[in-house]
Design a protein around this ligand. Structure first.
Ligand code: LLP
Length: 427
């Protein structure tokens, strides 16, 4: 059944019940309440191994995987990154604090951000090994810092080429993007570095997020290598063509994008581009977020009411846009299975909407499903990236609990927010 392939690798259907890592999802929902987020460790391990094996296969020099923490970062996930030796991309001092609390050592913390504050930069200087500089103003702030510790500086360039991501809001590499530096701005930054004795040891770009055609990477890699050549990067230098490799959210998008192919295309263009320019092969960094954690995550919602409208059946659930704003923000197309009777005949077309005071509080539109009724549980696959990290307290929503699943163990890694949490900052 293809919809099951959107779920974690350990998902199975046993006695007409959806299970993950052998766990009974109804029992978990009962114990921890709903909406509930589950993360399957085996799926994350599988994704990390996939990337590492592909780099080993196609790239003969040093290579690393950097987990983009913005996809979802908490202590347990930070700890997990270290079980695979991953670097962690932190946006600003908030994510740096979480990574540190999860035991990520300084040498594996890399800091991104499009307008890093002085506090972000100070935290990066203190706790990270790399700052990816987005603009000249940031460089000026860095140059004024009392101590630069052991931090290396890389430049984020704007390649002027985006990738196809299904939505303009997830593209970053195009000419008019707010991210990174144009060729002229990069030259200005280099002149500044020269004047202040700052050295640059890497080049980074990121073209967008959730793409499955690697073709536009080629042109951006050329731009990046041209810049590396111009700077005269040599010896141990770093090259990061960002992240953004996609995942399947809906059965229409299966099979899952092939990580091997993504890594192969990047390695091929980096190797040939360096050869043409007489550059030594760089330490290559791939920076996935979504493709490491999205498939591992499953959201469990409970149906509270069914409403029949002309041409539409609404299943109103207890989760919605406050834990998953992606349909509202990008029109993302999701799928779902009923936790009980997931193989039931799909006799209905169901739209799934949350409990919030917004007509846009919709997660799924017109999905073929078995008929749902009050108190049914539904499981939404590919919920591990950019849900909880973009969640909100709209309408006083309390953020869901998160449970970490392995065969034989289920561990609460984030407790559900409480009413006290909602009031904690009020004076
Ligand atoms: N590197 C940089 C510099 C990034 O800005 C991003 C994502 C990544 C890596 C990782 O991209 P990933 O592999 O996770 O696609 N909220 C949007 C996605 C925003 C992505 C922002 N940057 C969504 O829900 O689709």
């Amino acid at each position: 059944m293809s919809r099951l392939q959107l779920f974690p690798t350990s998902a199975t259907i046993q006695e007409n019940q959806l299970t993950i890592a052998g766990h009974d999802l109804s029992a978990l929902a009962k114990k921890y309440g709903t909406p509930l987020y589950l993360y399957d460790r085996a799926t994350m391990d599988f994704a990390a191994h996939d990337y590492q094996a592909a780099l080993k296969k196609y790239y003969p020099a040093r290579a690393s995987i950097t987990y983009a923490g913005k996809a979802f970062l908490c202590k347990a996930i930070a700890q997990w990154t270290q079980s695979h030796g991953l670097w962690v991309d932190c946006t600003g001092e908030g994510e740096i604090a979480i990574a540190k609390a999860g035991g990520v050592p300084r040498e594996r913390i890399l800091v991104h951000g499009v307008n890093k504050s002085t506090a972000d930069l100070n935290s990066a200087l203190e706790n990270a090994s790399v700052i990816v500089v987005d603009n000249l103003a940031e460089l000026e702030r860095i140059s004024q810092a009392e101590s630069r510790g052991a931090v290396s500086l890389w430049l984020r360039i704007l390649p002027g080429v985006a990738v196809d991501t299904h939505h303009a809001h997830t593209q970053t590499g195009q000419h008019d993007s707010k991210f990174g530096m144009t060729r002229e701005e990069t030259r200005e930054a280099l002149a500044f570095c020269k004047a202040r004795g700052l050295s640059i040891s890497g080049i980074h770009f990121h073209q967008g997020s959730n793409f499955r055609d690697p073709a536009p990477l080629k042109q951006a890699i050329e731009v990046g290598l041209d810049m590396a050549n111009e700077i005269g990067l040599a010896g141990e230098w770093h090259f990061s063509p960002g992240g953004g490799w996609g995942v399947a959210y809906h059965e229409d998008e299966l099979p899952q994008p092939d990580t091997n192919e993504y890594a192969r295309v990047i390695a091929k263009h980096v190797i040939s581009g360096c050869k043409t320019r007489g550059l030594p092969l760089p330490h290559l960094h791939l920076e996935p977020g979504r493709s490491l954690v999205a498939r591992a995550g499953v959201a469990i919602y409970k149906v509270g009411a069914i409403k029949q409208r002309k041409n539409k059946t609404w299943a109103l659930t207890d989760g919605g846009m406050t834990d998953n704003p992606r349909h509202a923000m990008y029109g993302a197309k999701y799928s779902a299975l009923a936790v009980s009777n997931p193989m039931g005949e799909k006799t209905a077309r169901v739209s799934i909407a949350g409990p919030y005071c917004e007509s846009g509080d919709v997660i799924i539109e017109d999905l073929p499903m078995p008929k749902l009724k009050q108190d049914d549980l539904i499981a939404i696959p590919a919920s591990g990236a950019y849900h909880l990290s973009m969640s909100s307290n709209y309408n006083g929503a309390r953020k869901p609990a998160v449970v970490w699943l392995e065969e034989g163990s289920a561990r609460l890694i984030i407790r559900r927010e409480t009413l006290e949490d909602l009031l904690r900052r009020d004076l």
